[in-house]
Design a protein around this ligand. Structure first.
Ligand code: GYE
Length: 321
């Protein structure tokens, strides 16, 4: 009798542990994602890509829109720690000021994936992997395109005044797109940035700041905008000032979102340097690799191109963002 009771007990224990193993395997992977905001078409496409990929993968996604405020993102990250999520995904709005909260994530032992932007924290031990774009190279591509375009159109030696609409102050893409562009044009002293201000990556500010540039009354030959949304806002301002965008003022953008292609087809924008927001599938793969205990590369850059006015309607219609 005693033996029988023991057997029943052992059997029950085996069953219970088998069930909990099965439960652990079936349990949804919980992912916290601290997004920057919805400041641009790029960001909206990026959010859709993340949401769709996580949904298809069956993750329990806790998504927080930080409305472009660092304090909102810090709060979201702390909430993820409290909730004990499996993995944290994070796009930092600016590069600095994350040391404390990231130390807390590391102490809690939660794997961190950086998507799109990075921080200025030294070393690369604080995150598992970063998936994004080479912003410095994007700035160089914009600069190289301008140099070639000027030479091609017989203006290679002319004095050229460039105005610059910078992205969010202190953000990785704003810092690097400026640096990369300047690095290329510094070899051409006739190409000069005469005015430069932030438009915070939004269409509205792009327009307002371009208006103030135009009001100064100096000749403006080129606009270099750190994203297409600001370029599109600025095109509006150029038109309202009675000038022809892409002719009187050469317009350069970054991102390659639909609106930029439409503007190029309408002859109102000259070029856009691609920056892919479709990072969702790579993000999901990284989460799955982490959960399976696999190694990941520290950096994965997206492959991106430059599109100018020669672009055809077919290319535009086939694009996903
Ligand atoms: O270029 C801009 C967005 O971080 C690469 O953020 C991203 C940038 C993108 O608001 O449109």
């Amino acid at each position: 009798m005693k033996l029988k009771a023991l057997l029943v007990f052992v059997l029950a224990a085996v069953l219970v542990s088998a069930c909990s193993v099965a439960f652990a395997a079936d349990r949804k992977i919980v992912v916290g994602f601290a997004q920057i905001g919805a400041e641009s078409d790029w960001r909206v496409a990026n959010t859709n890509s993340i949401r769709t990929a996580c949904e298809e993968a069956g993750f329990d996604l806790r998504f927080v829109d930080g409305q472009q405020r660092q304090e909102n993102q810090i709060k979201a990250l702390r909430d993820f720690i409290t909730q004990g999520v499996d993995v944290i995904g994070f796009s930092p709005v600016v590069e600095s000021g994350w040391d404390e909260v990231i130390a807390e994530i590391n102490e809690a032992g939660i794997p961190l994936i950086l998507l799109d932007r990075t921080t200025d924290i030294a070393g690369d031990n604080y995150f598992v992997t970063w998936i994004g774009s080479d912003f410095l190279e994007e700035g160089r591509k914009a600069g190289r395109w301008l140099v070639e375009y000027m030479q091609k159109t017989g203006r290679g030696r002319d004095e050229i005044n460039i105005v610059e609409l910078q992205g969010t102050v202190g953000s990785g893409p704003a810092i690097d797109r400026k640096k990369g562009f300047e690095e290329v044009i510094k070899d051409y002293p006739n190409l000069r940035i005469t005015q430069s201000q932030t438009g915070d990556f939004t269409r509205d500010l792009g327009k307002t700041v371009m208006e103030s540039f135009l009001k100064r009354g100096e000749r403006i030959d080129v606009l270099y905008a750190h994203n297409d949304d600001m370029a599109l806002g600025a095109i509006q301002a150029i038109k309202e000032a009675g000038l022809k965008p892409a002719e009187d003022v050469i317009v350069i953008g970054v991102d390659a979102v639909k609106g930029a292609f439409e503007a190029m087809l309408a002859g109102e924008m000259n070029v856009t340097v691609e920056c892919s927001p479709l990072l969702g599938p790579q993000f999901v793969e990284a989460v799955q690799a982490i959960m399976a205990g696999k190694e990941l590369p520290k950096i994965t850059y997206s492959i991106e191109y430059v599109y100018s006015q020669e672009v055809t309607r077919r290319v535009v219609d086939g694009r996903q963002f």
